[in-house]
Design a protein around this ligand. Structure first.
Ligand code: SER
Length: 315
């Protein structure tokens, strides 16, 4: 455990910010190298090494592998579903070539373990909507979903063909308070808390009855590290694991927030392009393969998550 050297690419994002902190607790500040294209604006910068890295600049990325010879790499840099639709070619380039660059360097430098997140965006209109299984029809409609599905295929390919130990989770909407979300369709479930505390009201860009799978960041970070710590023989999925914490609609979330902020008012926009994306995604996810393989169990339900969000954002 002590000799791990862990590189986290995309360390300033919604996941990276919390993952770096957690990994540094277990492995020591100096052994977790935070990397991003932007200067870190959270406590990452003071706690341990930071490098400017653009995953699309393979020479610089190679220098990073050369310098640190990482035993583990987490590749979190990506354009998400809503932002990706504004610049589809860039989303494809970053999400796909960024991954391939890292996979190739991991082979060259014999990185023991790679983590790369996928998403519920790999599913599409013809995937089963309720309790979406690990394996089913997948016809993503966003460039983000297309790139994640293609990335899953590459991960499995590199595992079978080259024996690279790649692990992945299909994250649902991730809810957190430490760092801003990265331009996703599920981001309403974060904005709603900020606005509820600031203005007692929120105008949702998704309709009242849009149900989506979600997870509190504490669970996501724990699940990710549990997957990375699991013995290789327990990992039966080399594309990406279904994982979920809870499912709810804006209306149900609004009611839960009202328990804490009684005069909270929830309204809805007439039209938003993200609605079509949300409508193409699962309402709930079946994650029994993850439970059976490496013991996944969520710790946060809707009420516990809401309580924690409000408590932390109030501070
Ligand atoms: N939260 C992500 C998004 O909405 C889903 O992976 O894009």
């Amino acid at each position: 455990m002590m000799s791990e050297r862990i590189v986290v690419i995309g360390s300033n994002g919604q996941i990276g910010t919390e993952l770096v902190t957690e990994l540094r607790k277990s492995y020591g500040d100096g052994n977790v190298i935070a990397c991003d294209i932007r200067r870190p604006d959270y406590d990452i910068k003071n706690a341990g090494p930071f490098e400017f890295v653009n995953v699309l600049e393979k020479d610089i990325l190679k220098q990073l592998f050369q310098k640190y010879k990482p035993t583990q790499v987490y590749l979190l840099a990506a354009l998400l579903s809503a932002t990706g639709e504004q610049n589809p070619k860039l989303a494809w380039d970053l999400n796909m070539n960024g991954l391939l660059n890292v996979l190739d360097l991991a082979l060259e430098y014999k990185t023991a373990r790679i983590y790369w997140p996928s998403s519920i965006a790999v599913f599409g209109p013809n995937s089963p909507k309720i309790q979406t299984p690990q394996l089913c029809i997948m016809d993503p409609i966003t460039v983000y979903g297309i790139s994640k599905l293609a990335g899953e295929r590459w991960c499995e390919y590199y595992f079978h063909r080259y024996g690279l130990d790649i692990r992945s989770i299909r994250y649902p909407g991730l809810i957190s308070w430490k760092a801003a979300p990265g331009g996703g369709t599920t981001d309403y479930a974060i904005h709603i808390f900020h606005d509820a505390l600031k203005k007692n009201s929120y105008k949702s860009f998704l309709s009242a009855e849009t149900e989506l799978p979600m997870m509190y960041m504490d669970d996501a970070i724990r699940g990710t590290i549990e997957l990375m710590d699991a013995p290789a023989e327990k990992i039966s999925i080399r594309s990406s694991y279904n994982l979920t914490g809870m499912s709810f609609t804006p209306e149900v979330l609004g009611k839960e927030i009202k328990n804490h902020i009684p005069d909270f008012k929830l309204e809805y926009m007439d039209f938003d392009q993200r609605q079509a994306i949300a409508d193409s995604w699962p309402k709930s996810i079946n994650d029994t393969v993850a439970s059976n393989d490496w013991g996944w169990k969520p710790g946060f339900n809707l009420s516990k998550m809401t309580e924690s969000m409000i408590l932390n954002l109030r501070k």
